[in-house]
Design a protein around this ligand. Structure first.
Ligand SMILES: [Zn+2]
Length: 97
């Protein structure tokens, strides 16, 4: 893995609070299964998801683990949090290079 892939959107080294990441991920999956995120307006949903990532960042979580599958479903790259439809392993074209 390249060093830049270890950097999050603020350019900080991603730490590995895996249990925190998985906990936030499970909350997103739960809301998704309940149909709540689906019902939200796209703008509100993306804002909500980005805020979840910010909470994760403050607790040394990994955005890739938080957004696993959810990011692609709702069109958010876990590397830069930009919207895209072109994904590979959760990353947009810019973050893949
Ligand atoms: Zn990206």
């Amino acid at each position: 893995m390249k060093v830049d892939k270890l950097l999050n959107w603020k350019g900080k080294i991603i730490m590995s609070n895996h249990s925190g990441s998985y906990m936030l991920h499970r909350v997103l999956v739960l809301l998704d299964h309940m149909g709540i995120t689906e019902k939200m307006k796209k703008e509100e949903r993306n804002e909500f998801i980005k805020n979840i990532i910010k909470i994760g960042n403050s607790e040394d979580c990994n955005p890739g683990e938080i957004l696993d599958e959810i990011g692609e479903k709702y069109g958010i790259c876990y590397g830069c949090l930009e919207e895209t439809t072109d994904f590979e392993d959760g990353l947009c074209p810019t973050c893949r290079n």
